[in-house]
Design a protein around this ligand. Structure first.
Ligand code: CTP
Length: 133
């Protein structure tokens, strides 16, 4: 049983997120998605206005068939330390200090790190921009 972990905000769930879950699940047998709690989303990306709260974002992610389990996390570093997995699947955009610490921890603890390419042409920020008109 190969366990995969991926993390993110997942506000305004979209095609790019579903593709991420599909690709992450294809790396193994069991996919855990960690959803960042409201307080830390704002801490890591000041000025972010979330549409959905932590529970609502977890509920949406848990409804996707590629996803086997959903947990809440504060920082990427804590997410890798607190969860049981073999492969940490991350996006190329997930590069802040906490992600760098998470990758280092994975390397030191025998966990594989896989960078999954983003789906072109879609993002939460773009959806918000389009809706603004
Ligand atoms: N992701 C992806 N393809 C996209 C958008 C996101 O693969 N088109 C992935 C990111 O690489 C990350 C995860 O989805 O691994 C969570 O990204 P998140 O920041 O929640 O979504 P975005 O749509 O990128 O949000 P924003 O525009 O606010 O950055």
């Amino acid at each position: 049983m190969k366990k995969i972990l991926t993390v993110g905000v997942f506000d305004l769930l979209h095609f790019g997120h579903i593709e991420l879950f599909r690709k992450a699940k294809a790396l193994g047998d069991f996919l855990t998605v960690a959803v960042q709690d409201d307080e830390n989303v704002v801490k890591f990306k000041p000025g972010t206005k979330l549409t959905y709260n932590t529970d609502q974002r977890c509920y949406m992610v848990a409804s996707i068939r590629h996803v086997d389990d959903v947990v809440v996390y504060s920082s990427a570093e804590n997410a890798v330390k607190e969860n049981d997995f073999d492969v940490f699947a991350k996006g190329p955009d997930q590069n802040n200090e906490s992600f760098q610490a998470a990758i280092k921890w994975c390397e030191e603890n025998g966990k594989e790190v896989v960078i999954l390419p983003r789906t072109e042409g879609i993002s939460t920020s773009l959806i918000k921009q389009i809706l603004k008109g």
